[in-house]
Design a protein around this ligand. Structure first.
Ligand code: CA
Ligand code: CA
Ligand code: CA
Ligand code: CA
Length: 370
């Protein structure tokens, strides 16, 4: 149902509607609480939606909202009036709630406040509609993972302030708006999704098929794409990889097609892009923040690091030379490339000429780069 609604809304009203459909609770909660400390007595024990003898209740924001309106709820007892206020005011604030965070359940929210709050902050659906399989997967990917910090000393900066979009490829037009590729160079940059979603595009354009290895690490949920073609006409996203958060560098050894193609760093999961939760505190000199604006939302770090290596096309194992192991790998993969299975860029690609089959011409190509 969620997929259907998301899909339908995406088609009907485009990006904005889809964004809103997934974001209502987080946006409301952050707007409400960013500038306000929690009420001194909140949170305490007891379900906000049920009468209990002790003052206060377990959901921090809801407890605060109710006690601001009716201080007795935090001073004497959580009675019928407090429950009624909670039901009226706290609609959609469901952290914590019944149910394991890593297990699917039909009700919104889950039992671990920190995890429930984190996931709901970037996927409002989870504390608004139901804790579905996507919420459970997101919880498994991000909850309990400490903040990771990457070391990008000496790397070449993408030079894109958080408030500008300078290398966003088809978002701007490909001609000048991608990071120029340089073999053997480590780049660093930041991804932010406050305002429009940041994507950092690398230009891989060239004559003929070429092999690259990209080694990437990030402080945020990382999404990698290979985009084939220009912005008009028949272009497509050939693959998408979303490794778990903070699991260290991942290396992808792949063959790029001849002509125009791009490698894209963004933020997201297997289930979709991350559109919320990595703001950045760069100040835009032309548009400084209003003191009444909520502060940046920083659920994750913003930094990424990516090294691009240009390999010989016959270097299947990516060890820097073409030799017997590469030939052995090619022979192992002899025959037609299976169709109808999702392309995995981490799989070894031995179809050096890209004709859909690993065969004699590919051996010739491999030997020519021996
Ligand atoms: Ca960037
Ligand atoms: Ca960018
Ligand atoms: Ca090799
Ligand atoms: Ca071939």
């Amino acid at each position: 149902m969620r997929d259907f609604i998301g899909h339908l809304m995406g088609h009907l009203m485009g990006h904005v509607a889809r964004h809103l459909a997934r974001m209502p609770v987080a946006a409301v909660a952050v707007a409400l609480f960013a500038n306000a400390a929690l009420h001194a007595q909140c949170p305490t024990e007891g379900d906000c939606r049920k009468v209990h003898a002790s003052p206060g209740c377990v959901m921090p924001e809801c407890c605060s909202l109710v006690c601001e309106a009716n201080p007795l709820c935090c001073e004497t007892t959580w009675d019928d009036t407090c429950v009624q206020s909670a039901l009226d005011i706290c609609d959609g604030i469901n952290c914590p709630a019944t149910g394991e965070c890593t297990a699917t359940h039909a009700t919104p929210g889950c039992s671990d406040f920190t995890c429930c709050d984190l996931v709901s902050n970037f996927d409002g659906w989870c504390s608004y509609a139901a804790w579905d399989e996507i919420c459970a997967r997101e919880a498994a990917e991000v909850c309990g993972v400490g903040r990771c910090a990457i070391d990008a000393t000496g790397a070449v900066d993408e030079n894109e302030p958080c408030y500008k979009r300078l290398n966003d490829g088809c978002g701007l037009g490909l001609d000048h708006d991608r990071i120029a590729l340089a073999c053997g160079v480590t780049f660093k940059g930041r991804i932010t999704n406050g305002g429009s979603r940041d994507l950092d595009w690398f230009a891989l354009d060239g004559v003929g098929r070429r092999r690259f290895r990209v080694t990437v690490e990030a402080e945020f949920p990382l999404e990698l794409q290979y985009f084939r073609g220009g912005c008009e006409g028949a272009s497509d996203t050939k693959w998408l990889v979303a490794p778990n958060l903070c699991t260290g560098p991942i290396a992808i050894n792949f063959i790029a097609d001849g002509g125009t193609s791009s490698f894209i760093i963004g933020s997201g999961y297997d289930d979709g892009p991350l559109r919320y939760g990595i703001d950045c505190d760069d100040i835009d000199p032309d548009n400084p923040p209003n003191p009444d604006d909520p502060p940046p939302v920083q659920l994750f770090g913003v930094h990424w690091r990516a090294r691009v290596d240009c390999l010989a096309i016959g270097d299947l194992d990516g060890n820097g030379s073409v030799g017997p192991q590469d030939l052995a790998m090619l022979l192992n993969l002899w025959g037609p490339i299976p169709t109808g299975v999702a392309f995995d860029p981490r799989a070894i690609d031995a179809d050096l000429d890209g004709n859909g089959t690993v065969g004699a011409p590919d051996i010739a190509t491999l030997l020519s780069s021996w």
